[in-house]
Design a protein around this ligand. Structure first.
Ligand code: 4AD
Ligand code: MG
Length: 436
């Protein structure tokens, strides 16, 4: 009878067969200890010389790291074993050999590990991290579904830009000219919002970022909710509830993985609504007041964007995720609604994660007036005819609406407490990396 490591409990005292890969082998006289992982967990399988034939005992002692195998034995409760159970082996069969597995117990450099990413994902820390990623994605979607949002899929091949023209990946689209890989699903999800009220899209997004930082990928996954009749304030309330729910679920279901990664979970327990809010103006003031703590940057002047060191410092001054609202409209996307009493700033917010992880969510109220939107498109040097359909949304039953986008990798890096976002996605794409 086949069993999985996670489901050994009900089989205690009985014989089962596990299928998996050899994580580690240790021998002591007439005993071999095999650590077998099957994706659901790791189980110690004990081979006593007296329990098996000499051939099987000999085979067990020469198993290569990461060979695949079937191991049959008695399930025994054992508090010292990783999952609380171990297997007393009666038979084993190698399914696939694994001579000279490249990732060994010695320290490897990150470049080496990234070149072997297809194998690295089997390692303990990577495994924990990618499980947390899967949980963040599931939690995000399930929370939105439960709140009445409808998933609305948006295209990846698009005819025009949405988040600036400097970082577009382009390809040629038959006789129709250039096409661009989507930087966001937002413009399309706005069409869905007017059909369904509350929608979200979730998928890969692309930015030809020339920056080599620990927060930038060229391909990343984004979840983007969009809500009819929601203004800027409502948008912030939804974001803090959403992110708090996602963090709470990871704490609830993936505590063990967080501990494997040595994440300080007390910091995550504090992630509850409401989140502190400051305006961009106040952020500039704070950065000037704390200028001496900015070791490798100057405080920005009003009108300049906040850089990584600025975001790090602002988030250090708060112990929860921090909303920075009302950025100068000139440094933000063309579709953001200006503040009526002060049109030089936009009704937008970046949500900065604690501990210097930077912006995890970007969101805004959208311009709902067709004429204003058309003006902004021109001011940004974009061609109005490319955005005809997007302007139509304002011509046929426009409403106040808002939305936001959370980058999955940034969120996972922060929640899991890993330094660089390249480890939070199975196969990272960066300026200088596309293999494997
Ligand atoms: O702030 P951004 O550019 O916002 C948008 O794309 C909006 N259309 C979202 C919306 O309102 N629907 O990106 C949103 C988030 C960022 O906060 C960040 O988490 C992530 O996407 N992000 C990146 N993650 C990894 N690598 C990059 N190069 C990223 N650029 C943005
Ligand atoms: Mg942003």
């Amino acid at each position: 009878m086949f069993a999985t490591v996670a489901q050994l409990g009900p089989h205690a005292g009985r014989e089962v067969t596990l299928r998996g890969w050899l994580y580690n082998l240790r021998s002591k006289g007439r005993i071999h200890f095999l650590l077998l992982r099957d994706g659901t967990g790791t189980c110690q399988c004990v081979v006593f010389a007296g329990d098996v034939t000499p051939e099987v005992f000999d085979t067990a002692g020469r198993l290569d790291q990461e060979c695949s195998l079937e191991v049959t034995g008695q399930v025994r409760e054992d508090a010292r074993s990783p999952g609380g159970f171990e297997l007393q082996v009666t038979a084993l069969q190698v399914l696939g050999a694994s001579a000279d597995y490249p990732i060994t117990k010695k320290e490897h450099g990150t470049d080496f590990l990234l070149r072997n990413r297809h194998l690295w994902v089997r390692s303990r820390l990577q495994h924990a991290l990618l499980r947390i990623r899967a949980e963040v994605i599931a939690a995000s979607q399930e929370w939105l579904n439960a709140q009445g949002f409808v998933r609305f899929d948006t295209p990846i091949l698009t005819p025009c830009s949405a988040e600036g023209t400097t970082n577009l990946f382009s390809t040629s689209y038959f006789d129709l000219g250039p096409a661009y890989l989507a930087q966001t699903g937002q413009l399309y999800v706005e069409a869905g919002m007017m059909a369904f009220g509350k929608v979200y899209c979730f998928g890969p997004t692309f930015r030809a970022e020339k920056s080599k930082t620990r927060r930038h990928l060229t391909e990343f996954w984004m979840i983007e909710p969009e809500m009819a009749f929601a203004d800027h304030e409502e948008n912030l309330r939804v974001q803090e509830s959403f992110l708090s729910a996602v963090v709470a679920r990871v704490l609830d279901r993936r505590k063990e993985d967080l501990l494997t990664l040595s994440r300080d979970t007390a910091a995550l327990e504090r992630v509850t609504p409401p989140f502190p809010r400051i305006t961009y103006d106040r952020a500039i003031e704070l950065l000037n007041e704390h200028a001496t703590e900015l070791t490798d940057a100057m405080p920005p002047r009003w009108g300049e964007d906040l850089g990584a060191p600025h975001e790090v410092l602002l988030s250090r001054l708060h112990d929860k995720p921090l909303f920075v609202t009302h950025y100068p409209a000139a440094i933000k996307a063309f579709y953001m609604q200006p503040e009526p009493s002060r049109p030089e700033v936009a009704r937008c917010a970046d949500l900065l994660a604690p501990d210097g992880y930077g912006e995890v969510i970007g969101g805004s109220e959208r311009i709902h007036d067709a004429d204003l939107l058309e003006r902004r498109i021109r001011e940004h040097g974009l061609r109005v005819e490319d955005y005809g359909w997007y302007l139509d949304l304002r011509r046929y039953g426009t409403v106040i609406h808002s939305g936001f986008g959370m980058g999955i990798e940034r969120a996972v890096a922060w929640i899991a407490g890993v330094h660089h976002i390249r480890e939070t996605i199975p196969f990272p794409r960066m300026l200088d990396k596309i293999y494997p």
